[in-house]
Design a protein around this ligand. Structure first.
Ligand code: ADP
Ligand code: 5GP
Length: 205
């Protein structure tokens, strides 16, 4: 019954260690129409990270060329490195009717919201700061000094939850994933995303 609707742009943010990566992985496994935008970054790959999968790992010079060439939808600096969303794949997928998720930090989230007011933004929160610290340490990918820096950054990021449309608590993973699925489903049924319904009804008459 549905015509080819433009895809929905989902912005997903969380304080570092809040569980974006974990929630995303599960969401992508369950949502067939959802595509993950692969960001570019100047930070070094963590063990097991592959160029073109988790990130495009580029030099500062390459990153700045991408900005200058208008090839970034948004970009920001985070804990001393550049992170940004390559524009072309996002635009292509949305036009094809795919939903696209951007897993980005709060400065980027703000840029996307003003660029694309009909995007849907979700802020994932850990159940508490203690759990956040435990999870960050448990991940074991950063040294102690960097964990402390990320916790400090997280404290500064949490108040930005107020700028997002939805808050999802990542206590039980399955609940967090279900919450985001419910948000996507409800957003798609908004009148503003279904204005062409008379055309579609006539086409199916
Ligand atoms: P982010 O991508 O936001 O930095 P991660 O997805 O890497 O966060 O999660 C940080 C750590 O917390 C990981 O070790 C992950 O396995 C763990 N984690 C994430 N979500 C949950 C959850 N719901 N329950 C238990 N552990 C979790
Ligand atoms: P990490 O180094 O842990 O992979 O990511 C650090 C932060 O950068 C996370 O909050 C992550 O969501 C964010 N991030 C990843 N890609 C992008 C991006 O393309 N743009 C912006 N603004 N932030 C990003």
């Amino acid at each position: 019954m549905e015509g080819k609707q433009r895809g929905l742009l989902l912005v997903l943010s969380a304080p570092s260690g809040g569980g974006k990566g974990t929630v995303m992985k599960e969401l992508l496994a369950q949502e067939e129409n959802l595509r993950l935008s692969v960001s570019a970054t100047t930070r070094a790959p963590r063990p097991g990270e592959v160029h073109g999968e988790q990130y495009y790992f580029v030099s500062r010079e390459e990153f700045e060329d991408m900005i200058a060439g208008g090839r970034m939808l948004e970009h920001a600096q985070y804990v001393g490195n550049y992170y940004g969303t390559p524009r072309a794949p996002v635009e292509k997928w949305l036009t094809e009717g795919r939903d696209v998720v951007l897993e980005i930090e709060v400065q980027g989230g703000k840029q996307i919201k003003s660029l694309c007011p009909d995007c849907v933004s979700v802020f994932i929160l850990p159940p508490s700061m203690e759990v956040l610290e435990k999870r960050l340490r448990g991940r074991g990918t950063e040294e102690d000094a960097l964990v402390r820096k990320r916790l400090e950054t997280a404290r500064g990021e949490i108040p930005h939850a107020a700028e997002y449309d939805y808050i999802v608590y990542n206590d039980r993973l399955e609940d967090a994933v279900e919450d985001i699925q419910a948000i996507l489903r409800a957003e798609k049924r908004k009148y503003s995303r279904n204005r062409d319904f008379t055309e579609r009804m006539n086409a199916h008459a």
